[in-house]
Write a protein that binds this ligand. Sequence first.
Ligand SMILES: [Zn+2]
Length: 304
Amino acid sequence: MIQIDDSGSGSLIGGTGIGILNTDTNEYYFDIIPLKYYQTELYQKKLYQDYVIEIVKKGFSKLNVTKKDTIQVCQSYVFDKLRHWLTDNEYNWSNAKIEGPLQYKVEESFTHYVINLGLPRDFVKHARFAFGFHRLLKWVFADKEKRKNLCKTQWKSWQKWGNKERSIYKNILTYPDYCLKCGKKIKPPQKVITIEYTTIKPATINLHPQCYSGELREFPPEFLREFSTIIKLRNLPENNEPQLFLKVLNNEVVVTSVQGEILGILDKPLSYKIAFWLNKGFVWQCYLKELSENQAKLNLKLIN
Ligand SMILES: [Zn+2]
């Protein structure tokens, strides 16, 4: 039997892989729908579906597939035009859910292909959901000018998130991480370039300073520009004053009243982030909401 399956049609990086297997002889054919089908007006015309037919013609010729062979085609939309072509050419085919050796082979081939494009082996080999959009976007954003050329840029999701503005600044890393440019470890404490942006949630990339060559954009990341947080109250504010102030004190950020009385402290991770930007001269408007006996909700908004 002949089976046809795809891999990578959902991967932001790279084209799409098409694999054909003769399950009797184990002969295998693999080819890629090139990236240009996902980066130009060819995409709107769905011409990748025509290219699939070209791949399958070559594969059939290599594997000596005849009209007597039984053919199973994966249900992916990638094969919509192929199905018509198979019918028009009187092949003996049906739709099927492809599992087993071909699925494994075609995924392996696609993984090999994206590693050749530059994705770190560890990044795709030992991860669940290795080809998740936001995961790959992170890798792209570590070297956007070069890596956007490897993306399916006609995708709606790229158009939605691909130009997301990023905060890019010099930082000292306090936890171990991997540099998504060179793929090597970063051991804390170490000087890094940090890139932060928000898509469905905030994301952080850390790079060796020598691994980043673009411009800096030293501005607090989106998730710090307007947000709420809960603080434990040490003192109740007098007069129920709504506007409070933030001050860096011993590397922590304290919330004070107009008179300078300390009312509470922001929690550690947040303190660390806000102190960094307060020390660079950024200022947050800070309002008290929902005051209870020992805690309060604060609304914070960056004003410069
Ligand atoms: Zn690096």
